[in-house]
Design a protein around this ligand. Sequence first.
Ligand code: ZN
Length: 133
Amino acid sequence: MKILKIDHLGIAVKSIDQGKNFWTDVLGLHMEGTETVEAQKVTTAFLPVGESEVELLESTAPDGPVAKYIEKKGEGIQHVAFRVENIEEALAELKEKGIQLIDQQPRMGAGGAKIAFLHPKATNGVLVELCER
Ligand code: ZN
């Protein structure tokens, strides 16, 4: 598997509208608009930082994964996303190595990326996303 870079850090916020202020007003990052991914019950906002991005995540429903995360742990870094050259190949390799996956197959994420999550049990408690764009 070839990891190209840290694609983005996913940060769970209760509200993008309020949560964005530190990132935009204080750090001066530029928010490129929002996108809702209904299948994941989440609205995302991407803020480019050099080669990577900050992804703010706001739940669209109380039972969505981001809402559940905030309920358990509060706002904060929810996942780390690595960009891979070929996500199907990466998943096949991880399966072969016995790594527990949340997504057996890639699915569509924000911005038309192919994404898949690994299980935190297999990654020292870090929710790891692979993405291919
Ligand atoms: Zn992400």
